[in-house]
Design a protein around this ligand. Sequence first.
Ligand SMILES: O=C(O)CCC(=O)C(=O)O
Length: 297
Amino acid sequence: MSLNVLKSKLKIALIQFACGAPDKSANFQRCKTFVAQAMREQPGTELVVLPECFNSVYAATEFRKNAEVVQESSPSVKFLSELAREHQVTLVGGTIPELEVETNKVYNTCLVFDKTGQLIGRHRKVHLFDVDIPDGITFKESDSLSPGNKSTTLDVPQGKIGLGICYDMRFPEIATISARKGAFAMIYPSAFNTTTGPMHWHLLARARSVDNEMYTVLCSPSRVPGSGYQAYGHSLVCDPQGNIVAEAGEGEEIVYAELDPERISHMRRSIPVTTQVRFDVYRDVSVDAKEDDHMLS
Ligand SMILES: O=C(O)CCC(=O)C(=O)O
């Protein structure tokens, strides 16, 4: 893996907001206000990240109702495209429930827009959140969602980013594939919960960073008192050494960070695991990885 995967310092903002309103336009409005605030508070921000299911309620019963086809006229696509263009940023647009008309399948999908408002990336959640933790949480995304079947690495002006969605972060291969393809960061729009958040949220972010000596970025909704699904919050940025360099609490908050190319190259020079891999002993997971083509359906 190359040392110089990030071309320049990069200011980012993670928008942790209360995004579970049943009314999409209320979520759009709230999101818009927070993004404008981020641009005022951190001038020079070039990349903005939104949470998982940023436009609707995160519940297995709601995904199909709120699903949209990914096309220019769809409300969420239009909203995200305009937001990116208005603020001239790369926008990792959290996730939305996506309907694929040909198959009638619904996916949990992250869309990425460039600063002109063009769609440049799409990741469909590969690993669905199906768990049953006694006295904790039971959730079965596969009751209403279908899994994506591709990993996603894409170009932004500063280099490459890898995308995953929430539960995807538990599967190290997704991050390693992107790292091997030259990504400087893995970005995961997410919505952990109050059972598994305290168990594993920080640990997983740190692990993915240390595995690959890259940045890991997690963006969650805030807690919403009284709502059915309580997101964990704690949106964060973890550096290539495994240090959490910026983190939110549980409420609405914007996380700011500056990613530094030197932190990646320093780690990769000092502890050169990225060049000490032994593909004669085990396989390189990036070789046959299926990649998303980033196209509109
Ligand atoms: O992995 C976890 O503990 C939580 C995952 C999750 O909430 C999700 O994938 O939406």
